[in-house]
Design a protein around this ligand. Structure first.
Ligand SMILES: CC(=O)SCCNC(=O)CCNC(=O)[C@H](O)C(C)(C)COP(=O)(O)OP(=O)(O)OC[C@H]1O[C@@H](n2cnc3c(N)ncnc32)[C@H](O)[C@@H]1OP(=O)(O)O
Ligand SMILES: CC(=O)C(=O)O
Ligand SMILES: [Mg+2]
Length: 351
């Protein structure tokens, strides 16, 4: 028979358990309210974007090359790669390209102009909507939309309203990737991501990544661009931290010196080590270097497989931490290993 003390102890434990569960539930709810995703990115569909390559919309010769470029993501460019007096032509070319381009394992994306330029509405109207003829079928629309120079939450609201109106009742839910290109954009990034998470839950688009628009950012802060990008380190890291808190991909800066393949390799490897998942590319010469830097090496893949195997064995024998190749391994290293395999499994997926 239970004594008074043991009954008290059982009761106390039950209450403690309820409090802990409630606290945990409250934390999860408040995280969701803050816009943070509780879904591990390991469980989500992953569209690889190691190379994100701009192909200017005014140049049909370049657009036709897309299926043979070997990039993960080809950006049908309407923004700064297209002169003001060529915007209308670029929209027409892009509409046509979406009809004739047959691609496999390429994320066909559209970079519209920024909301502040007041050209975004016409880009969406012409390419997604019916401004230049019959609206295209969903399969012929860009899988992803890139929204540059996103400085304020209100601009995301404006973009979203326009996107809703050009959908014309089709079941079109593109991935969305936004840009941080100014101090305002950096400061407001968290609020913008919260709003984007809300729209994603409503099924308007699927927020999937953030791009660091470093050239515009340099201009915004009045810095001098150096080869080691020291002047960008704070922004470059902060963008990763916020994007990852929302379980988003994060795409690193453009290397504008096309001939400097050494520098490209160095900054690509650096970006990958910092946590970027891909990098912007402007010329075919840059593709291979960037693709390699963002693909885990066979040595790293072997390490990840063996670590996971070792982890599972040690868990079974009741050990949380153990030594593997001279390193202490516990849960964070397991997550790192899983991140590596997730990239590899997705980039080598069958078409
Ligand atoms: C900071 C930012 O906002 S970056 C994003 C905006 N910028 C852009 O969109 C620019 C993208 N890049 C380009 O337009 C081009 O690479 C340029 C204009 C810089 C140079 O273009 P070109 O003078 O044609 O370069 P080049 O002669 O070396 O090109 C070699 C071949 O690659 C092709 N090529 C070059 N760049 C691209 C590209 N971006 N997409 C597809 N094909 C390309 C050329 O058409 C050419 O093909 P060919 O041999 O069959 O004639
Ligand atoms: C890519 C881009 O838009 C920038 O660096 O400003
Ligand atoms: Mg820019």
């Amino acid at each position: 028979m239970a004594t008074r003390q043991s009954l008290f102890l059982i009761n106390f434990c039950k209450q403690l358990n309820t409090i802990v569960q409630d606290r945990c539930k409250d934390r999860v709810i408040s995280m969701i309210r803050m816009g943070y995703s509780t879904v591990s990115n390991i469980d989500q569909t992953y569209i690889p974007r190691r190379t994100v390559m701009y192909v200017p919309g005014h140049d049909p010769k370049k657009l036709k090359k897309i299926p043979n470029l070997g990039v993960d993501c080809a950006v049908l460019e309407c923004e700064d790669g297209v002169a003001i007096n060529m915007k209308v032509q670029a929209r027409k070319n892009i509409r046509e390209a979406l009809e004739y381009l047959i691609v496999k394992n390429v994320d066909l994306a559209l970079r519209v102009n920024s909301c502040s330029s007041q050209l975004m509405e016409d880009d969406l109207g012409a390419i997604i909507g019916s401004d230049i003829g019959e609206p295209a079928k969903v399969e012929r629309l860009p899988q992803t939309i890139l929204l540059p120079k996103l400085d304020h939450v209100q601009e995301l609201v404006t973009f979203t309203e326009r996107l809703k109106s050009v959908k014309l009742n089709r079941k079109y839910c593109p991935y969305l990737i936004t840009y941080v290109e100014s101090t305002q954009g950096l400061m407001n990034m968290r609020d913008i991501m919260k709003q984007a998470a809300k729209y994603s839950e409503e099924g308007i688009f699927r927020m999937d990544g953030v791009v660091f628009g470093s050239d515009d950012f340099v201009a915004d802060i009045g810095a001098d661009r150096t080869s080691d990008a020291k002047e960008l380190i704070y922004a470059r890291q902060k963008i990763i931290a916020i994007a990852k808190a929302f379980r988003l991909q994060v795409i690193d800066m453009v290397h504008v010196d096309i001939e400097d393949l050494e520098g490209l390799k160095r900054t690509s490897i650096e970006g990958a080590k910092m946590g970027y998942t891909g990098k912007q590319v402007i010329h075919p010469k840059q593709i291979q270097t960037v693709q390699e830097a963002f693909t885990p090496s066979p040595v790293k893949v072997k390490w990840a497989h063996e670590l996971i195997e070792g982890f599972e064995q040690h868990q079974k024998s009741g050990k949380g931490a153990f030594v593997f190749r001279g390193q202490m391994i516990d849960m964070p290293l397991l997550r790192q290993a899983k991140n590596i395999l997730r990239v590899v499994e997705n980039v080598h997926r069958p078409s």
